[in-house]
Design a protein around this ligand. Structure first.
Ligand SMILES: [Zn+2]
Length: 309
């Protein structure tokens, strides 16, 4: 009997605890090489948890990390997970020129594909920084050979979000061709769109509340798109200086994340984004200068946005 693919997506943004946007500063960035590295051990613990539950996920790996831990990237892929790109240097797109962004996503894709010898199709921006002002990034992603993006968060937030964005998986039309958009999950509750996708939200809500919101979304026929970070499973990480809000967001309930994930995995069945949405695979554009490109793309060039649900 063919294996049934779960309809929900679980994803991890693989980065060091000192690289998060909440604590970003030029001074800190200059010293990245001097902080204690914890990403490898944290990701390995996560991989062990996932293998013990037979769950596969998508890992958006920061290529800065991939360069330093290529065997970790290979292990992620060997264990049946999808490896996707979190860019190279974790600069907010809102702080980059188009030229710098193109260079960042091209470099990241090249590094990951050299390590894996297989194509990398997905991208997630640092801190979901594809916003109304940086929507040009979607065209660059298509031109650089990416097939899907998971960065447009349909919420109101001080650093990211496009509150009016389509909350379902859909195809965006760019001047360079279509790009699948896989937005992190939100659910409409009492007329307000509430983020339920993971990260700080996963640690903030009491679990039964989160579960009932996720069940509501599932009941509406949507696929969940959840995201977490390996540092969220590391309550002993060194504390960084930063604003009170950033410190609360980053450090709140870190000691509860692992047990919450275990419960989440009991309550919902997950798979990598590429497996949940195989149409992404079928509509790969031939990327510029990418030897892994799939040619013979037969998409209509001007098809309207398509919602999957
Ligand atoms: Zn990140």
């Amino acid at each position: 009997m063919p294996e049934t693919i779960p309809k929900h997506c679980l994803s991890f943004d693989v980065e060091e605890h000192f690289q998060v946007s909440a604590f970003e500063s030029p001074m800190r960035r200059r010293h990245w090489g001097q902080y204690e590295s914890r990403v490898e051990a944290n990701t390995e613990r996560l991989l062990e948890l996932l293998v013990s539950r037979g769950v596969r996920a998508t890992f958006f790996v920061l290529a800065w990390v991939a360069e330093r831990y290529p065997s970790l990237v290979r292990r992620i892929a060997l264990e049946g997970h999808e490896v996707a790109s979190h860019g190279y240097a974790h600069e907010l797109i809102t702080a980059q020129t188009q030229v710098a962004f193109r260079e960042d996503v091209r470099r990241a894709k090249g590094i990951l594909e050299n390590i894996l010898s297989q194509p990398v199709r997905g991208y997630r921006a640092p801190s979901f920084s594809i916003t109304k002002n940086t929507m040009w990034a979607t065209q660059v992603l298509v031109e650089e050979g990416y097939s899907y993006d998971s960065s447009i968060f349909p919420v109101l937030h001080d650093r990211y979000g496009v509150p009016s964005a389509n909350p379902e998986v859909h195809q965006l039309m760019t001047a360079a061709g279509p790009l699948w958009e896989v937005p992190p999950s939100t659910v409409k509750y009492l007329g307000v769109r509430v983020p339920v996708a993971g990260g700080g939200y996963f640690r903030l809500y009491p679990y039964p509340v989160l579960r009932s919101l996720l069940r509501k979304l599932e009941g509406e026929g949507s696929s969940l798109v959840m995201y977490m970070h390996p540092w969220e499973f590391d309550p002993n990480q060194p504390r960084m200086e930063g604003s009170v809000v950033s410190r609360i967001r980053h450090y709140m309930n870190l000691d509860k994340t692992e047990s919450r994930l275990r419960t989440l995995l009991q309550d919902f069945a997950f798979a990598p984004i590429r497996h949940v949405f195989p149409q992404i695979e079928q509509t790969c554009s031939p990327p510029i200068g990418d030897s892994f490109g799939i040619v013979g793309d037969s998409r209509p060039k001007n098809s309207p946005s398509v919602s999957l649900n």
